[in-house]
Write a protein that binds this ligand. Structure first.
Ligand code: IMP
Ligand code: MG
Length: 184
């Protein structure tokens, strides 16, 4: 399959499941190497990061590590709205804990900044972020993620948890939107 048409938009294959698995394993090794406690807490940002989080959490494989979930929403269709909504907040105490936020993708950085600020206000020992994907050219605020699977150009992508209006999250590979010029 070398083309996918979703809601009238054409997508081409971008990152294969094999490439993704390789980078997930590398990021997991980096996290493991850097952890200073044996019971870090991973905070998975729903919905987009749930598949990456499931793979990363198992690859890090620290028996005393924990995982919890938070939900943010900022995208509408293929564009960031610039307004980040906290749809579901943190339900547990993270005081003095080593925290690793798991994000699917850092684009403008607005969500990442708000997440870090919210989590830091709960007095953790430290906060780092692991993002499967990072669009450095789009970053307009805050710091880059400490752990990155892939740096990609500022194009819209789907699959492996990433959605187009809540659909296509189940695609095992990552696909990118073809530019308008090459669309026809
Ligand atoms: P930011 O606040 O602009 O950095 O956007 C971050 C959030 O927007 C991510 O957590 C994703 O949920 C969503 N997002 C950003 N880029 C894409 C994309 O290319 N495809 C799907 N969702 C995206
Ligand atoms: Mg997200």
């Amino acid at each position: 399959m070398n083309e996918l048409i979703i809601k009238g938009l054409t997508f081409s294959p971008d990152l294969s499941r094999e490439q993704i698995a390789k980078q997930v394993a590398r990021v997991a090794e980096e996290i493991k190497r850097d952890c200073v406690t044996d019971n870090p807490i991973f905070i998975c940002v729903l919905n987009g990061a749930f598949i990456f989080a499931a793979d990363l959490f198992r690859a890090v494989n620290l028996p005393k590590s924990e995982i919890t979930f938070i939900r943010y929403k900022s995208y509408d269709g293929t564009k960031s709205t610039g307004v980040v909504q906290e749809v579901m907040g943190l339900t547990i105490d993270i005081t003095d804990r080593e925290v690793i936020i798991i994000e699917d993708i850092v684009d403008t950085g607005i969500t990442a900044k708000q997440l870090r600020d919210t989590i830091k206000s709960r007095n953790p020992k430290s906060v780092k972020m692991a993002a499967l994907l990072f669009k450095p050219e789009s970053l307009s605020i805050g710091n880059p993620p400490e752990y990155v699977g892939f740096e990609i150009p500022p194009k819209f992508i789907i699959g492996y948890g990433l959605d187009l209006d809540e659909q296509v999250r189940s695609l095992p590979d990552i696909w990118s939107l073809k530019s308008q010029e090459t669309n026809d």
